[in-house]
Design a protein around this ligand. Structure first.
Ligand code: FAD
Length: 507
């Protein structure tokens, strides 16, 4: 069997391991951490459990697909349910809006609360869906670096509808044009943050993201988000993938074969060498080149692309219940443009938008009875040497608590939120970089802040080293769980077309 070594057991590394094993390869995964899942890891603080990273699950069908490929019934190993209310939004002026997943119910609620005709909201969502159908299959589900991708009727059709893609407008301009009402514009602008971008710079094409949440839906997995990593790890193990945990890869071994070097194995941190016919990196692509291939040529321009945003996260064990909260809650800043301006300047504004996600709302075991596990996240710039995170954390923590107490109506209470926080851990961009090994702590690889972003992501194979492939949030088609799962699918497709596994003969 052809032998494939995979660096990293993040969601894309797990999906790649499953797919390549099903293609008939011998697959070994090397993971620096002691468990699988990468950013889907778990944090335990006393009696409280938290998902370290992702809190919102969309497109779970890409997870199901892996079980189905393996001939298993997805529901036997991984269960999830659809949320009726995808997010509870709050503004400082007292406006409150429950965003229902169902587009019609959402539009009616918008009309009731904000006075914007429901028809206008439905039209905007439909336009997002149209953009997805025009471009999704090409830009998200296929390699952009294979000529065949471009010679399809879908691309031909998309070219006749270019004017519908809003490529020359920013996301914010599209929402101002189509929705107008400031609360609603801010709500829709927020979707830019789903891939770590800035709505005032990102292209209007990204308005398709709203369709994922309100058309395709938002879901919660049984057992919380870390259950996703556990389920895929279980599947990979059942298929016979070999895992090496607490095993950091130090170098991708290459050998000159013909015009270009070829990946022939991995050197581990303890200096052991493991020989493979092909290597897949699920590690951040920047660090793959910088640390594991220091002497090989690298795609400098691609690696220097602007990163996505990072985050400042407070994991709080809260020893009481706040019935006014839902699973996902947003407390908006008063000046969204200023908030993104601060991020561009590499810092945090005084009044950031606060996201509170409480998985104990759907997973009782994540917090003691009558208590809640709060994942409190603020968009933060990717890490730079000038930032003083301890000062920023101290200042922001205070402002966040004041904002939440004010907006929840608990201001001035003796036993408010502040007193209820009995466990705490804080991650800033530097912690995220160290803990998840993502360059500069970026949550989603490179940003989508310009029209060329999709074309400038690192491809799923190497142009410099034969036999080396990539999957994960830092390469095509980008970050976020659904896209990472697609990256593993695209990478497998690219690899098996280039070097069919069945016909592969090891040297
Ligand atoms: P990663 O999860 O980055 O895993 C890579 C693995 O490689 C790690 O386990 C690492 O230990 C390992 N590794 C690295 N270097 C080496 C080495 N040298 N040797 C061995 N192993 C190595 N997405 C959503 O869909 N919804 C959300 O709500 C969401 N929220 C997020 C919130 C936060 C705070 C973060 C951090 C991310 C969020 N994301 C969200 C993004 C999503 O988590 C990522 O896009 C996705 O999990 C990345 O998966 P990956 O396969 O690229 O690998």
């Amino acid at each position: 069997l052809p032998r494939i070594g995979i660096i990293g057991a993040g969601i894309a590394g797990l999906a790649a391991a499953i797919r390549l094993r099903l293609e008939g390869a011998h697959v070994e995964v090397f993971e620096a951490a002691d468990t699988a899942g990468g950013k889907l890891g778990e944090l335990v603080l006393g009696e409280y459990r938290f998902g370290i990273g992702p809190s919102l699950l969309t497109m779970p069908e890409y997870i199901d697909e892996l079980f189905e490929l393996a001939g298993e019934v997805p529901g036997d190993h991984f269960r999830y349910r659809r949320l009726d209310t995808v997010c509870r939004y709050a503004w400082e002026d007292g406006t409150r809006l429950d965003a229902r997943a169902n587009p019609k119910a959402f539009a009616e609620e918008v009309e009731r609360v904000l006075g914007v005709p429901a028809q206008r909201v439905l039209k905007t969502l439909a336009h997002g869906e149209e953009k997805y159908h025009l471009t999704g299959r090409t830009f998200l589900e296929k390699s952009l670096h294979t000529p065949g991708t471009w010679l399809t009727p879908e691309v031909g059709h998309a070219l006749t509808r270019l004017h519908r893609l809003d490529l020359t407008r920013t996301l914010h301009q599209v929402h101002e044009r189509d929705l107008g009402e400031p609360h609603l514009v801010q709500l829709f602008d927020r979707f830019a943050t789903y891939n770590g971008s800035n709505p005032y710079r990102a292209p209007g094409l990204l308005s398709m993201i709203a369709h994922f949440e309100h058309g395709a839906g938002a879901f919660v997995p049984e057992g919380g988000m870390p259950a996703i990593g556990r389920a895929l790890y279980g599947l990979a193990e059942r298929l016979g993938v070999a895992f090496h945990f607490e095993t950091r890869v130090a170098e991708i071994l290459t050998q000159k074969q013909g015009r270009r070097p070829r990946a022939v194995g991995l050197r581990l941190e303890d200096d052991r060498q493991m020989l493979f016919d092909r290597v897949v990196s699920n590690m951040d692509v920047f660090f793959t080149h910088e640390r594991l291939l220091p002497d090989a040529p690298a795609p400098r321009r691609v690696l220097a692309r602007e990163k996505s945003t990072s985050a400042l996260i407070f994991y709080w064990g809260v020893n009481k219940s706040f019935p006014e909260l839902d699973v996902h809650n947003i407390f908006f800043s008063e000046d969204y443009a200023a908030e993104f301006g601060a991020l561009e300047a590499g810092t945090l504004c005084d009044d950031p938008t606060v996201y509170v996600s409480i998985s104990s709302r759907y997973d009782d075991s994540a917090a003691p009875a009558g208590s809640e596990n709060w994942f409190v996240m603020i968009n933060a710039p990717f890490a730079t040497p000038e930032q003083d995170w301890s000062a920023l954390i101290e200042r922001t923590r205070e402002r966040v608590i004041q904002k939440l107490e004010r907006m929840l109506g608990h201001e001035g209470e003796k036993a408010g939120l502040r007193e209820a926080i009995v466990e705490e851990c804080v991650f800033d961009p530097t912690t995220i970089e160290a803990r998840t090994l993502s360059h500069l702590g970026a949550l989603y690889g490179t940003s989508s802040n310009d029209r060329m972003a999709a074309f400038m992501r690192h491809p799923n194979d190497s142009r410099h080293v034969d036999g080396l492939y990539f999957c994960g949030g830092s390469v095509h088609p980008g970050g976020g769980l659904p896209l990472c799962l697609l990256s593993a699918r695209i990478m497998t497709d690219v690899m098996t077309r280039r070097e069919p596994l069945a016909r592969h003969t090891p040297d």
